[in-house]
Design a protein. Structure first.
Length: 157
């Protein structure tokens, strides 16, 4: 994850260990054949934030710089009928003494995957106060990952 003012987009490798939700084997695939065509589309899928149950996997800190932090929280379940889709709740937090405004999350994935960002809960974060809990923006990210590719790249603007 990087601010959009930075010219390069580093890829963030995620763990390929057995507990990583990004790389769990798919039981619906036969002999390793990936999904093709409309099944990969995420256009008709919407997952309400309230319906998401968190998995036991620890959140991944995707970005932490200058008092702005992005965490990925993985859902316990896939959307009904779409075992190839990983549901991720993205939390954006401000720990800086200044407000953060006009926040837009962008995500890029390999060509074999699809990503869909549902609307965020907001676009501004108030300054951090040690007396109150930090303000947060949440956004649901859907990842169609039939091949279980190893990289995800995101960018913040």
């Amino acid at each position: 994850l990087i601010p959009t003012t930075t010219p390069a987009r580093p890829l963030l490798p995620f763990s390929t260990g057995p507990g990583s939700p990004l790389f769990q084997p798919l039981s619906f695939q036969s002999q390793g054949s990936p999904l093709k065509g409309p099944e990969l589309s995420l256009a008709s899928i919407h997952v309400p934030l309230e319906s998401i149950k968190p998995s036991s996997a620890l959140p991944v800190t995707a970005y932490d710089k200058n008092g702005f932090r992005i965490l990925f929280h993985f859902a316990k379940e896939c959307p009904p009928g779409r075992p190839d889709v990983l549901v991720v709740v993205v939390s954006m937090l401000n720990t800086a003494p200044l407000p953060v405004k006009s926040i837009v999350l962008q995500a890029a994935v390999p060509k074999s995957m699809k990503v869909k960002l549902q609307p965020p809960s907001g676009t501004e974060l108030s300054p951090f106060s040690p007396i109150q809990p930090p303000a947060a923006i949440t956004q649901v990210m859907l990842l169609a990952n039939p091949l279980k590719d190893l990289f995800l790249s995101s960018c913040v603007s």
